[in-house]
Design a protein around this ligand. Structure first.
Ligand code: ADP
Ligand code: MG
Length: 238
């Protein structure tokens, strides 16, 4: 299960309101992309869902239950950080196992989960390496592995590919889409890259200055942009 609902969620930093008041429904298993220009509030919205930022007002429900004031670890969501958030002194195995060790799981359960994640991510041959001995794409896979082992209700990605080169980005896009296909777990993916949004999403949420301009499938947004902002951003004429 992994449905997420935002009801009248707003966020201010001091006197600056960055998210006015938004409603959004994400169904279990959906691949949702938040797209919009830099500074429009994508990361803030994701961090609110993850519980890393408090809301100023409104309600967040996860599988129907009010999670607005629940601690991040209790929400059952996994945030995938960019690959540079790996522990450099730990092996790939150690990095993937880390959240399970922190959760106090026993050694054999940890071993099963790490090896099964490594299989899914094609990292089986790299478990003993240190992050510096891996390519950018492999490092990103380790970061995803660390999220997978927790078997979250949803994965939250914040521009996970932005520090990879163009060719690798295309590759990783396909890999993440394939992962979604395999796991069928809800994914929320933040990007400022229209191509990423159009190729990966079941549903795109177009953000502009903290407001939702439009929500729809890539085809809906392309064929029927609600306004010039969406048309300009998605790249079809209106
Ligand atoms: P995006 O991820 O779309 O680039 P952000 O969510 O990072 O946008 O930021 C949205 C707005 O909120 C920006 O104007 C940013 O300066 C502001 N902001 C983000 N985090 C903070 C913070 N901790 N304190 C004050 N302002 C912030
Ligand atoms: Mg951001």
């Amino acid at each position: 299960m992994g449905s997420i609902t935002l009801e009248k969620v707003s966020k201010s930093f001091g006197t600056t309101n960055v998210i006015p008041e938004i409603d959004l429904e994400i169904a279990d298993g959906e691949f949702v992309v938040f797209v919009g220009p830099s500074g429009c509030g994508k990361s803030t919205l994701l961090r609110i869902i993850a519980g890393l930022e408090d809301v100023t007002s409104g309600t967040i429900r996860i599988d129907g239950t009010d999670a607005t004031h629940e601690a991040p670890a209790k929400r059952g969501l996994s945030m995938v950080f960019q690959s540079y958030a790996l522990y450099p002194h730990m092996s790939v195995y150690g990095n993937i196992a880390f959240p399970l060790k922190m959760a106090g799981e026993d050694k054999s359960a940890i071993d099963d989960k790490v090896r099964s994640a490594a299989r899914v991510l094609n990292l089986t041959d790299y478990l003993d390496r240190k992050p510096r001995q891996l390519s950018g794409g492999q490092r990103q896979r380790v970061a995803i592995g660390r999220a997978i082992v927790r078997q979250p209700k949803a994965f939250l990605f914040d521009e996970p590919l932005s520090n990879l080169d163009a060719a690798l980005r295309v590759n990783m896009r396909l890999e993440i889409s394939e992962l979604h296909h395999q796991l069928k777990t809800t994914m929320i993916y933040v990007t400022h890259d229209q191509v990423e949004a159009m190729t990966m999403a079941d549903k795109i949420v177009v953000l502009n200055a903290g407001r939702i301009e439009q929500v729809g499938s890539p085809l809906e947004l392309y064929r029927n942009p609600k306004n010039l902002f969406v048309a300009g951003f998605i790249g079809s004429p209106k």
